[in-house]
Design a protein around this ligand. Sequence first.
Ligand SMILES: NC(=O)c1ccc[n+]([C@@H]2O[C@H](COP(=O)([O-])OP(=O)(O)OC[C@H]3O[C@@H](n4cnc5c(N)ncnc54)[C@H](OP(=O)(O)O)[C@@H]3O)[C@@H](O)[C@H]2O)c1
Length: 328
Amino acid sequence: MNRVILYGFGYIGRMVAKEIVESGALEIIGAIDVDEKIVGKDVGEIIGIGKLGVKVSSEPEEVFEKAKPAIVIHATGSFLDKVFDQIVLAVEYGYHVVSTCETLAYPWLKYPNLADELSRRALERNVVVIGTGVNPGFIFDSLPAFLTSICSKVEKIKATRIIDPSRRRYSFQKKIGLGLTSDEFREKMAKGEITGHVGYAESLMLLSEMVGLDIANVIEDQEPIISHEYLETQYFKISPGKVKGIKGYGKGYGKDNKLKAEVEFIATVGVSDKDSIEIDCGKYVIKWSSNGVPGDYATVAMLLNVAKIVNNLKRGLRTMKDIVLLHA
Ligand SMILES: NC(=O)c1ccc[n+]([C@@H]2O[C@H](COP(=O)([O-])OP(=O)(O)OC[C@H]3O[C@@H](n4cnc5c(N)ncnc54)[C@H](OP(=O)(O)O)[C@@H]3O)[C@@H](O)[C@H]2O)c1
């Protein structure tokens, strides 16, 4: 199946559209978004490649009615309770859904009832719903899990991702609070107006399930990093004393309170990008590092690669555990 509906035509949705057009492997047959600035406009014109003959609609039912068969690539929000109705609607119309929603990567942790409901409905309609992306979806979960395939047992896993947000999309720079005071940062986080990184705990639970770490308890937190100098990105001006990034972590403990896995995320202006994974296998330690997986491109690639195989997956609510090849 190579027909795609883009549900959410923000930064990621548009990058997905560009990639689809450039690669020619899939076809865009619908686009849904609520942003008044783009509703009614042609998808191709929005991404600067001329008319494609597909207009952005704010009426999902209208798009779903006409589009079948197709796969829905969903990228509107991070929290399952907020996007639940959108995904359920797509499911009810009989579409597979591949979503960037971070909490959908392992929905049983924070939304067990919604996860059960979604699972039931997806099975009823014989479709697949799956959350994926670069993180959650790859760096803190699928990749370390795959690396454990060369370990007979796993004592502990640590994954760290360090990125310079000035090379990332506007919506990412905004959600980590660039340019705010630390009070504004905390206030907006508390109100849900910004989110920081979402998914520390979901990645840990996914990793635990993939590798059999038996994590029984997860904690997560994040705090702003304050700048001591004036900095600028393409979108934000950061005065001394204002937020230039975030530092967050997640830790997963076994029933015996032993630390089984931890993830650390640092996104701060001016830093050198680096991803690293360390797996203690008892007899030896596996180390992997890279000088920066480009998050937005990686997310788009992951969405499209999952979309290409989604029809082969077992029906119902699935996770990256159903895709990753081998692990300890
Ligand atoms: N798992 C991962 O690795 C990963 C990677 C990248 C992104 N993400 C997540 O993916 C989501 C999208 O990211 P983004 O950068 O593309 O965000 P974005 O630029 O803000 O785009 C989201 C778009 O969805 C629209 N939207 C919101 N509610 C909607 C609804 N009910 N129906 C239809 N459209 C709706 C928004 O419109 P308005 O602006 O008018 O609200 C906006 O145009 C975010 O939650 C992000 O955190 C996850």
